[in-house]
Ligand binder design. Structure first.
Ligand code: KG4
Ligand code: ZN
Length: 335
């Protein structure tokens, strides 16, 4: 079964062809980062318009890359939410209409389900059940995953998401947008132990997170210190260590609480090297294994949407002819 996947929830336009036996056959991502960089964040209206410009050529490209023609497509999966509603509408309209024109089953996929299942695009796939740490620009979630659609949220961020905290702090440091990866790169030149930031909400029980205070801690330190490159790198180091340590502490707690032995790391912050190293060490202590997608599949991409869509289409699920775009959509409402 050939599934066309479409992702337009935020600032990446992406299309993919995934085959049920042969795997990923075509995949393209167009990033709008340059378009939004000068505004210091994603401008929703510009994002929607750019998705309109890019989506059809990208779909044509992945069909060609897969060596098929469009009449061979057996199903369409598009991101139906959560995300920017105008951006989502572009992928939803194109996906639903194409499904109708090709007369194939079509499904609106939950963006976070896509992220959660992204490690399944790799050779070393986790089996159910597992604990998932989903860390993106919009979400920080600890989830007990028992099956496709079996998602129990154990903890989440009460304010900024981990990626958002990285981005806001990077912006304060003049590192552009989205600055998570740039901040992580700067931290590599930093020295340990010069600054120490708190590990929020780790001194009380529970699995929720709060990252907004760390951005303020970084800001006050920045303002009270000389602005040489080494100091900036040392602040980046302390910030990154505080975020990653906090995530690792909560992961350990969740593993103890659930008794799970497999941990999946997904979402854009999952590309962070320190996070991967820390959680690898954690899983060793738990005699378990950690799974994560390659960095390209950590951030937004249509391969994960095609994969998630294939699982649901193969189970006989598909949508009616309505075009669905849902800006706010809880993962735990899925079945
Ligand atoms: O999953 P994603 O592409 O978008 C959302 O669905 O939100 O995640 C993007 C987030 C951004 O906040 C970005 O700064 C962050 O992932 N990110 C990183 C790294 N690479 C991307 N954060 C920390 N370290 C990285 N290496
Ligand atoms: Zn995402």
């Amino acid at each position: 079964m050939y599934v066309l996947g479409i992702e337009t929830s935020c600032d990446e336009t992406s299309a993919a062809i995934y085959h049920s036996e042969q795997g990923l056959l075509g995949h393209q991502i167009y990033s709008q980062i340059e378009l939004h960089n000068r505004y210091g964040g994603v401008v929703p209206e510009l994002a929607s318009r750019d998705h309109i410009r890019k989506i059809l050529p990208l779909i044509q490209q992945v069909i060609q890359e897969a060596g098929i023609n469009k009449s061979m497509i057996n199903g369409v999966a598009y991101t139906a939410g959560p995300g920017l509603v105008g951006a989502l509408l572009v992928g939803a309209t194109v996906g639903r209409s194409l499904g109708w024109a090709l007369n194939v089953p079509t499904i609106g996929v939950h963006h976070l389900e896509g992220h959660l299942l992204a490690p399944m695009l790799e050779e070393n796939k986790p089996i159910f059940p597992f604990l998932a740490l989903l860390v993106s620009g919009g979400h920080t979630l600890l989830i007990e995953v028992t099956k496709i659609g079996g998602y129990k949220i154990l903890g989440e961020s009460l304010d900024d998401a981990a990626g958002e905290a990285f981005d806001k702090t990077a912006k304060l440091m003049g590192l552009g947008y989205p600055g998570g990866a740039a901040l992580a790169a700067l931290a590599e030149q930093g020295k340990p132990e010069r600054f120490h930031f708190p590990r929020p909400m780790t001194d009380r029980p529970g699995l929720d997170f709060s990252f907004s205070g760390l951005k303020t801690a970084a800001l006050t330190t920045l303002q009270s210190q000389p602005s040489d490159q080494q100091t900036r790198a040392d602040i980046a180091y302390a910030f990154q260590e505080a975020v990653i340590d906090t995530l690792a502490i909560k992961c350990r707690r969740a593993l103890q609480q659930t008794g799970l032995q497999r941990l999946v790391i997904a979402g854009g912050v999952g590309a962070n090297k320190l996070l991967r190293h820390k959680l690898q060490a954690t899983m060793k202590q738990f005699n378990g294994e950690v799974y994560y997608p390659r960095p390209l599949f950590c951030t937004d991409n249509a391969a994960m949407i095609a994969y998630a869509g294939l699982q649901r289409l193969s189970a006989g699920q598909y949508d009616d002819l309505a075009i669905r775009a849902t800006a706010r959509w809880g993962l735990d409402s899925l079945t």
